[in-house]
Design a binder for this molecule. Structure first.
Ligand code: T3D
Length: 258
């Protein structure tokens, strides 16, 4: 596929999707969704970590509000079912860590796509805005699910009902994101973490991600059983064999992701 609304790069097992409509703060059109979906398909086949970021001064301002597909009176369900919901599901189910490198403002579904990622690192200049309430909509793209889990019901409710911007620093302070870093350090930090994940025991990380994500719908007993299953599978993996051997031999492990 020829990418025109994103830049897609896949090197050394690190995939990177850069939203690339900076004059519209990287807001989503149907075409951009299609390109992102295609790039995620490529990622699942060949990468061990995915980074999502934005070009210019914004990360993503959510839905492009000038798109005729979302004019008042149209059924917005179709846009969610065809594009936003599959995107959130594919981030959650991708068998590798997904890092959001939030380079600037993240609003509406743009904020919630970032928060759907496994690790969120934001530049100090970034802001998270649940801007839906400003235009009469609800926080979609998983916002009503992820927000209360990430930062608690009181804060989630406040952010969603007021639409007030939350600074990256405050987002880190309330545990909504992993880290806020200086603007000029964002890509250095993210690249270092992506490189670490690209040579990590990918199956172990993938099962960690799955267990954490699935835990919200399980009892303690069911979760303990799921941990047994995962550990039993990983105990037979080449990466565990290598990790143990490297520890005993006092050398750095070389994980194959298998
Ligand atoms: O089913 C469905 O489709 C419903 C799904 C909905 C999902 C959603 O995401 S709904 C929420 C949509 N997003 C928003 O409501 C955010 C709208 N944008 C803003 O509130 C502001 O732009 C920001 C707070 C994000 C940033 O403000 P600021 O002052 O830094 O920038 P700006 O000047 O407002 O924006 C710069 C340009 O980007 C500007 O264009 P111009 O004047 O230079 O020609 C602006 O119109 C454009 N832009 C920003 N956001 C969007 C956009 N154009 C189209 N759609 C946008 N969402």
């Amino acid at each position: 596929m020829k990418y025109e609304r994103i830049v897609f790069d896949l090197r050394d097992a690190v995939a990177r999707i850069t939203f690339n409509r900076p004059d519209r703060l990287n807001s989503f059109t149907v075409e951009m969704h299609e390109e992102v979906a295609h790039a995620i398909g490529e990622t699942s086949r060949s990468a061990r970590v995915l980074v999502i970021t934005g070009e210019g001064r914004g990360f993503c301002a959510g839905q492009d509000l000038s798109d005729p597909a979302v004019k008042p009176g149209s059924d917005l369900r179709e846009m969610l079912e065809k594009h936003y919901n599959p995107l959130v599901r594919s981030i959650a189910s991708l068998e590798m860590p997904v890092i959001a490198a939030v380079n600037g403002v993240a609003a509406g579904a743009g904020a919630n796509i970032a928060l759907a990622c496994d690790i969120v690192i934001a530049a100090r200049r970034a802001r998270f805005i649940q801007s839906f309430s400003n235009i009469g909509l609800i926080p979609d793209a998983g916002g009503t699910w992820n927000l209360p889990r990430l930062c608690g019901q009181a804060r989630a409710m406040g952010l969603a009902l007021t639409g007030e911007p939350l600074s990256a620093e405050r987002a880190e302070g309330i545990g909504m994101i992993w880290k806020c870093v200086d603007d000029d350090k964002l890509h250095v930090e993210v690249d270092a973490l992506a490189a670490k994940f690209a040579s990590a025991p990918t199956r172990g990380l993938a099962l960690t991600k799955k267990l954490m994500r699935d835990s919200v719908a399980r009892s303690l007993q069911a979760q303990l059983d799921a941990e047994c299953e995962a550990q039993s599978a990983l105990g037979r993996s080449l990466d565990y064999q290598e990790g143990l051997a490297a520890f005993m031999e006092k050398r750095s492990p070389v994980f194959k992701g298998a």
